[in-house]
Design a protein around this ligand. Structure first.
Ligand code: BTN
Length: 254
């Protein structure tokens, strides 16, 4: 079993989030599912839930999220959250995580972390309202050590390829303060102040892309609300992140 730096994380985060707790479980269906269950039951205390194994991990757009036990970091953070505008939240989380991991980690709109055109990590954000108060659940899965390609012609990226001593616990300790601070900044100011930081890591910019809802064009970057700007024959189109996935030409990962 991994040695988790739960106490160090708690010491760093509880001054930012009063009432914060850290829980590490050997197994659960999904850390997002569990924190959403708790939120709907009115449990709104800020919580970091880490699972060594998920039996029903979930990705975006209803996809399953598979992770190798011992070789990945899977966790969710729940906290009360009431921004004026939720647009661009997954991009903001991506910026926080990428910046805390390594200068070479890229961001693939709307919420994947990539390295060398391969997926390194994914983000699943959900919201719950209970008793008139809203809560956000931010779920993150990061490949720490390499694992097989599982049907893809390109294997996923792993953090040890960039940071050889990386472990799940050290990664979590490194990213948690940036994640919490970014969520708090986002709640106050939205995505616009983070736009430039997203753009320096944007792996789609300048590439021809296809969207799952049938659009294609040249990715031009993102707008101030985090929408993808697509250059098409008829002009520029803004693509909203909610129900869409995007694939650049000449790659097999998504
Ligand atoms: C995606 O790329 O589609 C998002 C993947 C998000 C996976 C993480 S792992 C921890 C948390 N619990 C889940 O069930 N999903 C998220």
């Amino acid at each position: 079993m991994e040695l988790w730096p739960a106490e160090s994380i708690w010491e760093q985060i509880s001054p930012l989030l009063p009432g914060f707790t850290v829980e590490v479980l050997p197994e659960i269906d999904s850390t997002n599912t569990e924190l959403m269950r708790r939120a709907r039951a009115g449990r709104t205390e800020p919580t970091l839930l880490v699972a060594e194994r998920q039996t029903a991990g979930r990705g975006r757009l209803g996809r399953p999220w598979q992770s190798a036990v011992g070789d990945s970091l899977t966790f969710s953070l729940a906290l009360p959250f009431a921004p004026c505008d939720w647009s661009g939240l997954s991009l903001a989380v991506g910026v926080a995580v990428a910046e805390s991991l390594h200068p070479d980690v890229g961001l693939k709109w709307p919420n994947d972390l990539w390295w060398q055109d391969r997926k390194l990590a994914g983000i699943l954000i959900e919201a719950a309202t209970s008793g008139g108060r809203s809560q956000v659940v931010v779920g993150i899965g990061i490949n720490i050590r390499p694992r097989p390609a599982e049907g893809l012609s390109t294997p996923p990226a792993a953090l040890t390829e960039l940071w050889p001593e990386a472990s799940a616990g050290a990664t979590l300790l490194r990213l948690m303060p940036a994640l919490v601070r970014t969520l708090q900044d986002f709640e106050q100011h939205g995505f616009a102040p983070l736009q430039a930081r997203f753009e320096v890591r944007d792996v789609l910019r300048g590439r021809e892309v296809h969207t799952s809802d049938g659009h294609s064009g040249m990715a031009l970057g993102v707008g101030p609300t985090g929408a993808l700007r697509l250059q098409q024959a008829g002009g520029e189109r803004l693509i909203d992140s909610s129900e869409v996935s995007v694939r650049p030409l000449n790659t097999n990962t998504n």
